[in-house]
Design a protein around this ligand. Structure first.
Ligand SMILES: [Zn+2]
Length: 215
């Protein structure tokens, strides 16, 4: 794979698309109405469109190291607000993956410079679930579980946002947690109970109703 082959591939792709539909790019240029927002890892092996089998225009995508939904990350928060409030996606997905280098790096005793504050979000996930994770003796199985718990916590982070709370009230937007298994290619739905999660944190994170936080 080299740079010139990228442009050859592009020409081939254009020809294929036009052979199937001569108005393909005319239609594509008219706008987008994606049904999904996908938040996944930047890992080159985990390509959102390929693993979901979707076409251009069908999924709005944000990727970062270890698929984090950080409250003060202007990038992910901008993507979320644009997708939910303007494009009006009905499903928001956090997709992690096994063998995630970001999750692994977060748990190693190494100073990774600028990556430290980013990956510390994953150490926080470990701390919340320390008892469960420490009880798993097999190190590989423990990392797999941390990948899953990280997805779950990022889904909770989504529920804390005004954009998701508002869209849930307006049109019942859903949040989903998935894991891609790079060892088999399988996409696994963690079946996170979105409404139950929402109920369990609303006492503290509700942004729309005057609920007293002190009982
Ligand atoms: Zn990753």
């Amino acid at each position: 794979m080299n740079i010139s082959s990228v442009f050859q591939n592009n020409e081939k792709w254009i020809a294929e698309k036009l052979a199937g539909d001569e108005d393909y790019f005319t239609k594509l240029s008219q706008g987008q109405q994606p049904e999904f927002l996908y938040i996944g890892c930047s890992d080159s092996r985990v390509t959102a469109e390929d693993l979901m089998g979707v076409k251009p225009g069908e999924v709005f995508v944000h990727r970062n190291i270890a698929n984090l939904v950080n409250n003060v990350d202007l990038n992910v928060m901008s993507v979320l607000n644009y997708a939910v409030r303007h494009l009006k996606v009905n499903h928001v997905v956090v997709c992690g993956h096994y063998n995630c280098g970001g999750v692994k790096a977060a748990m190693e005793p190494v100073d990774l410079g600028i990556l430290n504050p980013w990956l510390r979000n994953i150490r926080d996930v470990y701390r919340y679930h320390k008892d469960e994770l420490n009880a798993i003796e097999d190190v590989k199985a423990r990392y797999d579980r941390l990948v899953e718990l990280n997805v779950e916590e990022q889904c909770v982070n989504l529920i804390k946002t005004a954009a998701i709370q508002e869209a849930f009230r307006e049109r019942g937007v859903r949040v989903h947690g998935w894991v891609f298994d790079v060892r088999t290619g399988k996409l696994i739905d963690l079946k996170i109970n979105f409404e139950e999660k929402m109920r369990s944190i609303m006492e503290i994170y509700n942004l729309y109703e005057p609920v007293s936080m002190v009982k």
